[in-house]
Design a protein around this ligand. Sequence first.
Ligand SMILES: [Zn+2]
Length: 510
Amino acid sequence: MKLSDIYLKTYKECPLSTDFDSLKLLYRSGILKYLEDGGYLYTIIGNLFFDKLKEFIKGEFKEFSNISISGNYEKAQNSLNNEIKSYKELPLNIGYRYTQENEYYKFKDGLLNPKIDNIIKFIKISSSEDVYKEKQNIDHRIESILNSLNINYLNNKEDNGNKYFYQTNYPLKDILLCENCGYNNYKHEAKTQSEKDLSTDEIKDIEYIYTPNVSSIEDLESFLEISPKKLIKTLIFKCEDKIVAVLLRGDRTININSLSKFLKVPKEKISMASEEDVKAATNAEVGFAGPIGIKVDNVLADEEVLYIKNGVVGANKTDYHIKNVNYNKDFKVDNVDNFKLSCENDKCIKCEGKLKTVNGTNFIDVQITPTDYTYLNSQGKEEKIYNLEIKFYIDRLISIIVEENKDEKGIKWPKTVSPFDYEIIIGNIKSENEYKWGMNIYEILKNKGYNVLIDDRKERIGFKFKDCELIGIPDVIVVGKDIENEMVEIRSRIDDSNIKENIRALTSVE
Ligand SMILES: [Zn+2]
């Protein structure tokens, strides 16, 4: 490809106000443009990098055959699950590309947290017997790919599925990381141990207390001069057509993701109950709800609430609370689960180590999902079909590759994901000899099967060098004045080394 044929514009500055070098370099090298509506555009040269990365990933997972889906991905996937009837048809490996809106998107995060993700998804439709072995195999392959791209990552090796996280030094999304065992997950998805009240206080009898106008947890805390860990708050939600109460320790925040998962109701359909609904459930003004005598469809409790000794709850009576309340003795609930939003310093669910907050983003997900479909195994017995899904977030991955392969001058693309093996720079386009030899080498390397980019633009050599370093093709051949002695310079962008070489060695036909 000739640079004079395509539109390429590089920049000294990036208009996006960001701490991430990759986001600046992708823009400055003319690979990517950030659009005001939060979208982005891969330029002509950018699209070559995008396509090359896609091809590289597909090449690493060759056994997955491409399918095209228009319409609902889940339904399409299920139609394939439904077709499998016998163990002889397993595994079935398919792959497709799709886009997905990112609900945690922030414009300033650029490709690391884009508005729309381009995703390559591989699905192995598998038996329960094979799927866990297959997952291990996939994890090994992903690890070796990431090592080859110099990418450091956090991985939380779970049997059923895990995310590969890229940790950043600058704010991105909150990840909780166990300092002891390495467990990690997004804050909004992480499960942590419930803290237990280990005091030896004896269990007392309940007592109504007059708390005029004390309707918030903070007010109650100061009114009673009590730790929020002794308070049980009752949050009332409208979930589709049901009214649901969730009990949480006073200092905790609800995790809507957990609630949505537990109720199998999408997040969008969960909201705080209206004043009217709260009054109907409690027979009181808002702020005095509690588990004793509440009238709702479902009472749920975060597990931590069960361990609170002699706690304080709303009395379902305006201006009153009840103290010395204990689970089981004074109130019961319909279900118990982890409904709290996990926090820094919570205890790790795996090892009880302390969790700390780090920044980053997921960029590969691996997940095992049991389906409702079945097949007949070799003994003629009905078994559940499992889906092993592997998702690569291409845009995030591009940014991460650049983040890990760069210097102050520009990008250093690893060879496996560069769309060009060589860039040829013609030093002086007006020199007949340099131009002729540049083009000559270009044609010969192309005929040898290499992908070659040639900078044949009418620009100064210094300008070309700057662009070349910014864009970062791994190997560069400089055809300059030394061509009189039949010599060219070969530069490696990867280790910044350079050697002189005779053109005959370079252009000889093997
Ligand atoms: Zn741990």
